[in-house]
Design a protein around this ligand. Structure first.
Ligand code: GDP
Ligand code: IMO
Ligand code: MG
Length: 415
């Protein structure tokens, strides 16, 4: 059976974790295909909160197998730490032996380069994502499968240190003690051995055997390395296409694509964000939406739904449907704004230009509502909320299939 896909269509943190967890109850396999522990996917079940960074959000379905694909950059340290919060995951979690490793020095390089960039910093999560993907593309990275032979891996890492010594010196990064590094790698080898696998073969077989497979994107479309607000992006292809390279699937293996969007918009880190609201209204969105990062705790920048960027994202991902999240966060606003076009070089445009930092949003205002929190049936939504969803459908040219009205798994309208 073909796989279904969940993808963020804004700047990340749209609520992908909640929807993957909800849908995962009906899937046999859930797969991450890109990014790393820069992601923070929060799941709330009966008031209990779990934050996942690397482990797919299908982990709360005891019958689902979870896969971390070759396109993910994996910090063994972060993965082992995350695995500790669960009982044994053997037979329930597989990690591609082709996935590249994030080691401590990647994190140090990430942080040192951000410091050097000063006011031009990207605002990365400091998890070593960029440096690990750079090494992969430069063909000097190290894959998890190499842990099988620690001595050879260690030799390669030492040779990497030698040829990059000048960079480490400039960035004032102290190289690790080689004996300590060897011990660390041996620990990773021992603890991760039961989980490393040829995940591509595993998924191909699952497709043959009609297993139900869900693919979980991390970050969001506007953070895509090719199609996002470069250079203020992450270092992977966050869009649906990334699932093909990041797992070894062909485009024909993918069935339904669901885009996840907040009913408003947020962004963490730097870079263009046309609908950002710097007034009390923006602060109200942050307060009501608890908009503080799951991974870094940073306050998220908040603003209004950007229908131009959302339509662009729906086209890039081929979204069949949208899930509109956090509708309840708009409770109590008299008027709600949606960006319906941009003003750009004296003209009104309806596309995302090369230099998004130079647009001014054109807004339309809609009636607000009192409360939608916890509503589980579309018919029970206030008329103005129903109209708001309809406007999003019209502007994005995409059907809304789900609406979320609280962090809890159950508080979801399925249309
Ligand atoms: P992800 O990275 O896309 O998985 O999203 P995050 O987990 O980083 O951020 C979404 C946050 O919003 C989490 O804290 C969720 O628990 C929360 N959330 C998800 N859906 C809703 C909703 O409908 N209403 C409210 N109030 N919170 C939600
Ligand atoms: P989830 O999966 C929101 C942002 C960072 C920074 C930029 C580059 O939870 O939606 P990186 O560390 O990836 O090199 O940082 O990307 N970023 C995210 N923003 N949600 C995420 O993940 C993000 N992962 C990275 O804030 O602006
Ligand atoms: Mg997140």
């Amino acid at each position: 059976m073909k796989a279904d896909l969940i993808v963020g269509i804004q700047w990340g943190d749209e609520g992908k974790g909640k929807i993957v967890d909800l849908l995962a109850q009906k899937y046999d396999i859930v797969c991450r295909y890109q990014g790393g522990h820069n992601a923070g996917h929060t799941i709330v079940v009966e008031g209990k909160k779990i934050a996942l960074h690397l482990i797919p959000s299908g982990i709360l379905n005891p019958d689902a197998v979870n896969i971390i694909g070759n396109g993910v950059v994996v910090s063994p340290e972060a993965l082992l730490k995350e695995m500790k919060q669960f009982d044994s995951l053997e037979g329930r979690l597989y990690v591609s032996d082709k996935a590249h490793m994030i080691l401590k020095y990647h994190e140090l390089i990430d942080k040192a380069k951000e410091k050097l960039r000063g006011k031009n910093a990207i605002g990365t999560t400091g998890r070593g994502i960029g440096p690990a993907y750079s090494d992969k593309i430069s063909r000097v990275g190290h894959r998890l499968g190499e842990l099988k032979d620690v001595d050879t891996l260690l030799e390669k890492i030492v040779s990497y240190f030698d040829s990059n010594r000048a960079i480490f010196d400039v960035l004032e990064i102290k190289l690790p003690d080689i004996d300590e590094l060897k011990n660390e790698l041996c620990e990773y080898k021992e603890k991760l051995a039961p989980y490393l696998a040829d995940t591509t073969e595993y998924i191909w077989e699952a497709i043959e055997n009609n297993k139900r497979i869900l693919l979980e994107g991390a970050q969001g479309t506007m953070l895509d390395i090719d199609h996002g607000t470069y250079p203020y992006v992450t270092s992977s292809n966050t869009i649906a296409a990334g699932a093909c390279t990041g797992l070894g699937l062909s485009p024909r293996d993918i069935a339904k694509v669901t885009g996840i969007a907040k009913a408003y918009c947020t962004r963490v880190g730097n870079g263009p964000f046309p609908t950002e609201d710097f007034t009390d209204e923006g602060q109200k969105l942050r307060d009501q939406g608890h908009e503080y990062g799951t991974t870094t705790g940073r306050p998220r920048r908040c603003g209004w739904f950007d229908a131009v960027a959302a339509r662009y994202a729906c086209r890039l991902n081929g979204c069949d449907e949208l899930s509109i999240m956090k509708l309840d966060v708009l409770d109590g606003f008299d008027k709600i704004k949606i960006c319906v076009a941009y003003e750009y070089k004296g003209e009104k445009i309806d596309y995302v230009p090369f230099d998004l930092e130079n647009v001014t949003p054109v807004y339309e205002e809609f009636e607000g509502w009192k409360s939608v929190e916890g509503i589980r049936k579309f018919e029970e939504l206030p008329e103005s909320a129903k109209r708001y969803i309809k406007v999003i459908e019209d502007l994005t040219k995409t059907k809304v299939g789900m609406v979320s009205t609280s962090p809890d798994r159950e508080d979801t309208i399925i249309m």
